[in-house]
Design a protein around this ligand. Sequence first.
Ligand code: NAD
Length: 365
Amino acid sequence: MQKERKAMTNVTLIMGDGIGPEIAEATRRCIEATGAKINWDICEAGVDVMERLGTPLPDETLKSVEKNGIAIKAPITTPVGTGFRSINVHLRQNFDLYACLRPCKSYRGVRSKYQDIDLVVVRENTEDLYAGIEYEKGKDDTAELIDWINKHSKRQVTPDSGVSIKPISVKGTERIVRFAFDYARKLGRSKVTSVHKANIMKHTDGLWLEVSRHVAADYPDIEFEDRIVDNMCMQLIQKPELYDVMVLPNLYGDIVSDLCAGLVGGLGVAPGANIGDNMAIFEATHGSAPKYKGQNKVNPVALILSGVMMLRHLDLAAEADKLEGAIASVIAEGKDVTYDLKPDRDDPTAVGTSEMADAIIAKMK
Ligand code: NAD
């Protein structure tokens, strides 16, 4: 399988909307310049295609992701209050992409209060308060649930409450913690920290911690420790150098991954991936920034770094190193970079999305 991939790999490239098509094209060009042999299956999704085809996620796009098992997805707008469900959530659920992987690494030249950060956030993507099991205040179902709780619990829920359910399972925890350890082993990392609030939520986070400890025993070559989430946040601000790979339930993972993106200078340089057992979709952390659509203005690096993650996922380490080195060098020089990477955002020497990609490609020649 791996040898076949090295010969030619089929990858679905979802162009997205807003700034999506511009950064997707920059990413495609940069990945091709590494020499990686990729067959691109270019697909559409988002608000633009919705207007034409009546669906934001055409069947051909879903089929292509399913067939290839690997995709790079540019951002997609989720319009507020239209009934148009988030395509990002749909893809994660449809393909059971249970691991959200977010490396947060400092690059010289990106303005940040911190240097030398090198952290990886592994967030569980399917359970917890994000599972979408919610009961609205005042509805019959909610009243029934509250009645049941009040009959069976010493704690009482008042009738004017909304209720969200927090499921955390053995299976869901085991597979994400194992993913974190396997990732640490593959990337030569030395420590995994499991993050929780087990002191308060004994039956959900307590289960998470117990399963984490159990899985850790299978990886004696990798250090294991746990942290309570509030302490973890403070420690990341005070002593980020003490941490390496962190594995977190869905909600804490969401919050801590933004905290870590903040440590390395923000959204413009924050890549990511959603990974399941047989499928992986690589995407930037940022959204579709519609106000910049078609202006050739925004920073393509977060999606290109997501491409670096994809190359590593495909065991194309040399190509990944080459591309990451070229990105790091362009950012460090600070000349051919987009407005957000200049000391002054109105700097007239800032280049466009496409020209920054050209500079990255030139470094690889
Ligand atoms: P956003 O990330 O799109 O933009 C927020 C601001 O961040 C922008 O106005 C811009 O100033 C800056 N920014 C973002 N990306 C940048 C880049 N590459 N270079 C330079 N500056 C950049 O967040 P938003 O405005 O809250 O969301 C816009 C839309 O994107 C919403 O519909 C949201 O649902 C969607 N979204 C999609 C994804 C995804 O596809 N994975 C993720 C987040 C948000």
